[in-house]
Design a protein. Structure first.
Length: 242
């Protein structure tokens, strides 16, 4: 069971609570999580760098000097790469660095990232976070009460402009909605501050409830009609025996 800090905005106090992190899995699937993080980083690259080759460089096509009897190497263009101001050989050009992964793999990566954060005690809950108006002072009080001194991501169940305006002045602090959260965001920020509604939405997003249902249905006691594997093999062997 993971120990969570729960901040009550109305009382201004922090209390402790427990949460079963196994709803997000049994362990961190490092390979899938790494591939997802690399994919999000690759998709964020602009890929707008461009260099000019010899056919794109502005310059005259006139021969600099005659071909023979000068004692120098022969040259016919000032736009060649080995001349100053010439073109670039094998330089970068605009391209798309992005690539994709199956949706199921992305859900697994997000589930593993959340499991790791809960296991390491880097998730806190905001039982009530009501801002009557944008207030950086009130937002700073929330961070200080929870002991957040590094980067953190405030995850809401629905968009709230007042909360976003209150936290936007702090460096390394971001406000996101649960439906837009991905594995890269979970790994990038040190701490996660969630509302209870956001936590429930994330459980539904990564399919935690569906996984629990499938696991329960696979147990023999949950399905009395299902025969044990050994009994099925014995019955099959008897049928095949002449």
């Amino acid at each position: 069971m993971a120990q969570l800090q729960v901040y009550d905005g109305k009382a201004g106090k922090v209390k402790q609570s427990t949460f079963d992190e196994k709803v997000f899995g049994e362990k961190v699937l490092g390979r899938t999580l790494r591939e997802a993080v690399l994919m999000y980083e690759a998709n964020a690259r602009q890929g707008t760098v461009d260099t000019k080759e010899r056919n794109e460089v502005a310059g005259t096509t006139k021969k600099m000097y005659k071909q023979k009897h000068t004692g120098r190497a022969r040259h016919g263009s000032m736009r060649v790469p080995n001349w100053r101001g010439g073109g670039v050989v094998g330089g970068p050009h605009p391209r798309d660095f992005g690539w994709g992964m199956p949706r199921k793999a992305l859900r697994v990566a997000l589930r593993s990232a959340l499991f790791g954060k809960l296991r390491d005690g880097e998730v806190s809950l905001l039982s009530s976070i009501d801002f009557e108006k944008p207030s950086s002072k009130q937002a700073r009080g929330v961070l200080q009460a929870l002991g957040v001194d590094g980067s953190c991501c405030v995850v809401l169940d629905k968009a709230d402009p007042l909360v976003w305006k209150s936290f936007r002045n702090f460096p390394r602090v971001a406000v996101k909605v649960a439906k837009d959260l991905n594995a890269f965001d979970v790994c990038y920020y040190r701490r996660l501050l969630m509302t209870p509604g956001a936590l429930e939405e994330l459980k539904a997003k990564v399919g935690a409830a569906r996984v629990d249902t499938e696991a329960a249905a696979a147990r023999p006691e949950a399905n009395p009609q299902a025969k044990p594997k050994a009994a099925r093999k014995t019955a099959t062997a008897k049928r095949r025996t002449p």
